[in-house]
Ligand binder design. Structure first.
Ligand code: SF4
Length: 425
């Protein structure tokens, strides 16, 4: 049954806004999807899904076929024989991994990725990772995580992957900053430059570009989340003594500015230095947004829960581009990590958590939004009903964080509206 929690105190923005919580049929992809952007980020890692043909199809259709490069992900298919317990899946897995390592000595980090089938047959991939790690020694680090999908969202795969890396990060109690969450290389370079100009020089990124560049962690580590779906990774980092810097996410000009300022404050950097470093790129980014504002201002947007990026995106679209928020649905609402975002959302925004897809489709019909942000599975049916849609998965495939990407992010939402307008002519 649907429940609406009560407002108890006078909140800032939507800090204590009521949230419609739904538990019904959901339309989401599983965590295997994260491999698509993670394998691009960690350039000497390999992701071996231990799964079924369905898992292989999902990966293939989400990632496409690599023509010019050797693939860095694959699926070890568990067939019916394994499911019936007739074959020793562990022996088979060891054979597959040995063949892979012999053929691809450049691989330095191997993730064994669990799936629904591997969990059904209770294949213990963490033990397999330990066993294989011992076998290959210092040349290859072997880790495992689950990408299986019954009760998850597609971005949780990244959270599980990064959480599996935290225990193997080198230890250091030196004062340092860690940026947590996959960002494109161009975004990493920009972030490093601004941090350096601010006076923060010891900055690590998780995940790094290469397995040998894992950032250190310890009591002197402060970390900034670059993505809002990393609850378990944050917990693991805190267990190792690191402290999260509370901030909005670096999406749009306002979010990026507040994100850098939160780090600067933690490292004792003056307001004057922040203004000297950040004001000019922030102003350039505001000007770049103007073109999209013409298309987006006053238009109504509805978010189906999919990526966990919905709340920061809604904040950006409402505050910097003048869009009207209809429903903002998110698969999970992490109140602590999203506190600064919720405070910035326009008061009265309709928030929902979880999904009962039929009811939500009815609400979408009633609201008649100009733009619907949703998963790939819902986009086609909604387009057929006359709605203009944006796939939320594009928000993790595209470099969107930081000042220089703010206009590109706005463009992702403006483009479908312009295309629809052209089709109507
Ligand atoms: S939901 Fe399960 S079976 Fe389907 S692709 Fe994902 S891991 Fe494989």
């Amino acid at each position: 049954m649907n429940e609406i929690s009560a407002i108890t105190v006078e909140p800032a923005g939507c800090s204590d806004a009521p949230v419609l919580k739904e538990r019904g049929q959901r339309e989401v992809f599983c965590g295997l999807t994260g491999i698509v952007w993670l394998h691009r980020r960690i350039q000497d890692a390999f992701f071996l899904v231990v799964g079924s043909r369905t898992c292989a199809h999902l990966l293939q259709s989400a990632a496409g076929v690599m023509i010019f490069a050797e693939p860095r992900f694959a699926t070890a298919i568990i067939d019916e024989r394994d499911l019936a317990g007739l074959a020793d899946a562990n022996d088979e897995l060891d054979r597959v991994v040995t063949r892979l390592v012999e053929r691809r000595p450049e691989i330095k980090l191997l993730f064994l990725v669990g799936s629904c089938p591997s969990e059904v047959i209770k294949l213990d991939l963490s033990r397999a990772a330990l066993r294989l790690g011992r076998k290959f020694g210092a040349d290859l680090r072997v880790l495992s995580y689950s990408g299986s999908g019954i009760e998850t969202t597609f971005t949780e795969g990244e959270d599980a992957c990064l959480a599996s890396l935290v225990p193997v990060l080198p230890a250091s109690d030196a004062a340092q900053l860690m940026v947590v969450g996959t960002v494109a290389e161009i975004v990493e370079d920009q972030f490093r430059r601004y941090f350096s100009e601010l006076g923060i020089h010891d900055v690590g990124f998780l995940p790094p570009r290469r397995a040998g560049e894992l950032p250190a962690v310890g009591k002197g580590t402060f970390f900034l989340l670059a993505q809002p779906f990393l609850a378990n990774t944050a917990l693991e980092l805190e267990r190792r003594g690191a402290e999260r810097i509370a901030a909005p996410f670096p999406l749009g000009v306002e979010g990026t500015l507040a994100w850098f300022e939160a780090a600067a404050q933690k490292f004792g950097i003056s307001q004057a230095r922040c203004r000297a470093v950040l004001d000019a790129p922030a102003e350039r980014a505001r000007q770049a947004l103007a073109r999209c504002r013409i298309t987006l201002a006053g238009r109504k947007v509805f978010f189906f829960p999919d990526s966990q990026l919905e709340i920061p995106m809604a904040r950006f679209l409402a505050r910097e581009l003048g869009m009207t928020l209809s429903e903002v649905g998110t698969p999970f609402l992490h109140r602590e990590h999203l506190a600064e975002e919720l405070a910035l959302l326009p008061r009265g925004t309709f928030l929902s958590e979880g999904q009962d897809v039929e009811r939500q489709l009815d609400r979408c019909d009633e609201e008649k939004p100009d733009l619907v942000v949703c998963g790939m599975g819902l986009a086609n049916p909604l387009e057929a009903r006359g709605f203009t849609t944006k796939w939320s998965i594009e928000l993790v495939f595209t470099p969107v964080q930081g000042f220089e990407q703010a206009a590109d992010l706005a463009e992702l939402f403006a483009r479908p509206l312009r295309r629809r307008a052209l089709l109507k002519v």
